[in-house]
Design a protein around this ligand. Sequence first.
Ligand SMILES: Nc1nc2c(c(=O)[nH]1)N[C@H]1C(S)=C(S)[C@@H](COP(=O)(O)O)O[C@H]1N2
Ligand SMILES: [Mo]
Length: 200
Amino acid sequence: MTELTPGFTGRRRAANDRVPPGQYLTDDFPVLSAGPTPSVKTDAWTFTVTTETGERRVWNWGEFAALPHETPTVDIHCVTRWSKLDTTWRGVNADILLSDLKTEATYAVIHSFDGYTTNLPLQDIRNGQAWVATGYEGKPLHAEHGGPARFLVPHLYFWKSAKWVSGITLHTEDRPGFWERGGYHDYGDPWLEQRYQAGF
Ligand SMILES: Nc1nc2c(c(=O)[nH]1)N[C@H]1C(S)=C(S)[C@@H](COP(=O)(O)O)O[C@H]1N2
Ligand SMILES: [Mo]
């Protein structure tokens, strides 16, 4: 296949080269949530980016919908060992949400309306690698998969793709999130099988 995916410049690999070690392919879309699905209403929804100095950018649902959107097709990899190829999303690239913010931060924490958090290096959500997605396979994103909006950072294990996302905070130091404090790997590269912290 020679199809190109937004955010990636390489030639797509054959399907069997696209499954990281220890993963199996599924056509289903399993639901994995630590708690019940929260009801997040779009008329009360906001998305907030806050820098380490407290500078903020806030979008309401209408303002967010007016931002330029992309429809990336990506492979996703869950630490519970399922991978799903060629999932198509619709969302706003994180580069747009971070643009014209002055920051010295090197880490980000993604926050959700259910209290879930997950951390990652700021560079992992720059340069076209992450989105705030509101659509999946041509439809509004279903609530159980994180609708109205979820984070999407497909090059890391899927627990980094926070559902019901409410915002991003930027930090000069690493601040482990919900599962990272619970023993999941701080970074979570599926190709290196970075599933759990040493000692867990
Ligand atoms: N807000 C929130 N986001 C979350 C979770 C969660 O419990 N709450 N679970 C994470 C985990 S462990 C995984 S594997 C994926 C699962 O996404 P899915 O239910 O759409 O498959 O969401 C991630 N994002
Ligand atoms: Mo997960």
